[in-house]
Design a protein around this ligand. Sequence first.
Ligand SMILES: NC(=O)C1=CN([C@@H]2O[C@H](COP(=O)(O)OP(=O)(O)OC[C@H]3O[C@@H](n4cnc5c(N)ncnc54)[C@H](O)[C@@H]3O)[C@@H](O)[C@H]2O)[C@@H](O)CC1
Ligand SMILES: Nc1ncnc2c1ncn2[C@@H]1O[C@H](COP(=O)(O)OP(=O)(O)OP(=O)(O)O)[C@@H](O)[C@H]1O
Ligand SMILES: [Mg+2]
Length: 347
Amino acid sequence: MATRAGAGAVVAGAAVVALLSAALALYGPPLDAVLRRAFSLHKPHSITDMENTLQLVRNIIPPLTTKKHKGQDGRIGIVGGCQEYTGAPYFAAISALKVGADLSHVFCTREAAPVIKSYSPELIVHPVLDSPSAVRDVETWLPRLHALVVGPGLGRDNVLLENVKGILEASKARDVPIIIDADGLWLIAQHPALIHGYRKAVLTPNHGEFTRLSDAVLRDLVDGSDHREAVRRLSQALGNVTVVRKGERDVMSDGEHVLECAHEGSSRRCGGQGDLLSGALGVLVHWALHAGPKKTNGSSPLLLAALGACSLTRQCGHQAFQKHGRSTTTTDMIAEVGPAFRRLFET
Ligand SMILES: NC(=O)C1=CN([C@@H]2O[C@H](COP(=O)(O)OP(=O)(O)OC[C@H]3O[C@@H](n4cnc5c(N)ncnc54)[C@H](O)[C@@H]3O)[C@@H](O)[C@H]2O)[C@@H](O)CC1
Ligand SMILES: Nc1ncnc2c1ncn2[C@@H]1O[C@H](COP(=O)(O)OP(=O)(O)OP(=O)(O)O)[C@@H](O)[C@H]1O
Ligand SMILES: [Mg+2]
């Protein structure tokens, strides 16, 4: 028993050190005393200061107690799922639950619904997205949702995209936090005004999506090799919505501050990992906003949530790869969400 506990501590310690060794950088105008000291531009970061930042992520995680009712720790909605793509919304929705949300809803097309339901009895699936009353149908649920993830497996059908426009407007009017990924970003590249200036939005582009968005909203060319500056500029051009550029390093910015996550992940690039990230982010954004400025020490809740979701996704990839190697798929990563979360945030 003692040996197992000791081994656990070593593993946990190693995980913390790995996370602290991750290239975490935050620059821009001062956020608060701790972060000002920790991440001023060009200064080397001490382990202690990084630990302080990591602690801010840990601070937003709600305690598990017997005093809560179902739903309090998160009711997350995923908008996506069509004829071609049923896996993506499933990955996002199940990841939200595995991270700690209480309820996960999927708003998808009529024909995608039975498929998604058949993957999991744990998801609540609404076959409304291609209905003429789609906006009203989703709007009915908005007061009961803490965050909306828009885009995984949405596809690019014009009828669906028109409905999503209405859903975005309705969500903004209700101040619902919105994470936009995948084909949701396709829509934003065509209509950036849909999200411009909405401070409760996080965009999670992969390489291709980032290029498309930058081409759509930036007039001047940005040095492609300077990812930090490119992400900061895109965020600014979109009115300071938070942007998370996924890649070998995940770079995130709210137009002022820039954070970077190079936590060890895996070299498998199978589809669906971004969906895991977007679902996890839906929960963490809710937790971060709910935690309030005291817990986040005045720093951007959306950036802290993004850092948490990126670290967690990469840790899942790392653990899954250790077990499955080249055959690792997103399903294997989702099986690691619980242990990865414990190692990163509960040790
Ligand atoms: N099982 C599923 O149902 C899955 C569905 N997916 C959905 O598929 C749809 C299209 O998503 P895509 O991500 O393919 O978007 P795109 O259709 O915009 O394709 C992006 C393209 O960029 C390429 N690319 C990606 N990273 C790159 C890099 N670092 N350098 C150069 N090229 C790169 C990809 O190979 C792909 O061809 C979305 O709705 C998405 O949610 C994906 O989420 C994967 C899993
Ligand atoms: N080259 C890389 N090295 C390590 N991790 C990476 C690399 N590229 C992406 N990742 C990680 O994989 C996760 C998903 O990013 P990715 O770029 O694959 O998203 P995506 O293309 O949207 O995925 P999806 O297939 O779900 O649509 C992120 O957490 C990111 O950190
Ligand atoms: Mg994607």
